[in-house]
Design a protein around this ligand. Structure first.
Ligand code: DOR
Ligand code: ZN
Length: 353
């Protein structure tokens, strides 16, 4: 790290949780992630989900083709890291083979119906215990969308109840399993991760560092502030900021950038997901600066993730400049219109291209 009051040079970061989508949307959004990050953990919640080694290989290829078709990215060496969508019937041999042959980096647990395209997710964790045991044996990380889906549990309590009823028991049963508690949103999650061993890490999104749940209702209903897990009370946002900037090796960057076209967000039943890829690093840098913790950004963005996954650190560097940048109201690429996170606002840091 090289820091002056107005510039910050860090090792190139990775995004440990992103939705790159497929088809036209993939073509429209992939470049935003590849511009900033050397690698990204790509979520498998396509329709149909990426739930086999063969499907992941094919999706990996489609991502590389999309990048090649983007003239600005022809020299990019961005690496998509693939994940397996766990279902009630996942075949332990197939995912072990996918992991050992380098196709899969991790597997993702979506509780059934927790979020976008999760209908094929796991209906009861007991159904995948043999798969999880196998993953623990071979060192394959489990990525967790940590929310229960019971209708009688308040949406703002779903993460805390998941910790109590599912995650704490899983970690006790399989203490060797590497688990990334994805996009954590509560002080409860921070407490749980802090109290766990080094094989339990967590990603934190830019939006959960910037907004609390009021943002969804500011002067009217705000669909672009809606994602899952939903933003929580201010006390939780503050706990997340403290965790992210603490220097703890357990926390790392995962944007959960989840683009939906404007019409799918601004609708009577708007989709969950915030598109933060275009200004992700700028958004995190702004938070770390506000917390007087710019010296901790490199660990969070570029070191803790690869160290957790057992992957090499990136060699490249990226320089950020303390200079305001205006985020557009709308991003329009290839006929796709998406409202980015921070639309119409200013961020205090920008990337030096
Ligand atoms: O807000 C979200 N959007 N949360 C998720 O877990 C999924 C994502 C998506 O795929 O749109
Ligand atoms: Zn996600």
């Amino acid at each position: 790290m090289n820091q002056s009051p107005d510039t910050l040079t860090i090792r190139q970061p990775d995004d440990w949780h992103v939705h790159l989508r497929d088809g036209d949307m993939l073509q429209s959004v992939a470049a935003f992630t590849a511009r900033q990050f050397a690698r990204a953990i790509v979520m498998p919640n396509l329709s149909p989900p990426v739930s086999t080694t063969a499907a992941a290989k094919a999706y990996h290829e489609r991502i590389l083709v999309a990048l090649k078709q983007d003239l600005n990215l022809q020299n990019s060496n961005f690496t998509p890291l693939m994940t397996c969508y766990l279902t009630d019937t996942t075949d332990a041999d197939d995912i072990a083979h996918g992991f050992e042959s380098g196709v899969f980096t991790a597997a993702k647990l979506y509780p059934a119906n927790a979020t976008t395209n999760s209908a094929h997710g796991v209906s009861n964790i007991a159904n995948i215990m043999p798969v999880l045991e196998r993953m623990a044996d071979i060192g394959m990380p489990l990525l967790v969308h940590g929310e229960v889906t019971d209708n009688d549990v308040d949406i703002f309590d779903r993460e805390a109840v998941f910790i109590e009823h599912i995650l704490s028991k899983l970690v006790d049963t399989l203490p060797e399993l590497k688990v990334v508690f994805e996009h954590i949103t509560t002080a409860d999650a921070v407490d749980f991760v802090n109290a766990s061993g080094p094989n339990i890490g967590a990603t934190i999104t830019p939006q959960h560092l910037h907004i609390n749940r009021n943002a969804m209702f500011q002067g009217g209903i705000r669909p672009h502030a809606y994602c899952l897990p939903v933003a929580k009370r201010e006390q939780h946002r503050l706990a997340l900021r403290k965790a992210a900037t603490s220097g703890s090796a357990k926390y790392f960057l995962g944007t959960d950038s989840a683009p939906h076209e404007i019409h799918a967000k601004e609708s009577a039943c708007g989709c969950a997901g915030i598109f933060n890829a275009p200004f992700a690093l700028e958004s995190y840098a702004t938070v770390f600066d506000e917390e007087d913790a710019l010296d901790k950004l490199e660990a969070f963005a570029s070191e803790n993730g690869p160290n957790f996954y057992g992957l090499p650190l990136n060699e490249g560097k990226v320089t950020l400049l303390r200079s305001a940048i205006a985020v557009p109201q709308l991003i329009e690429v290839g006929g796709t219109k998406i409202v980015p996170f921070h639309a119409g606002q200013k961020l205090n840091w920008q990337i030096v291209e």
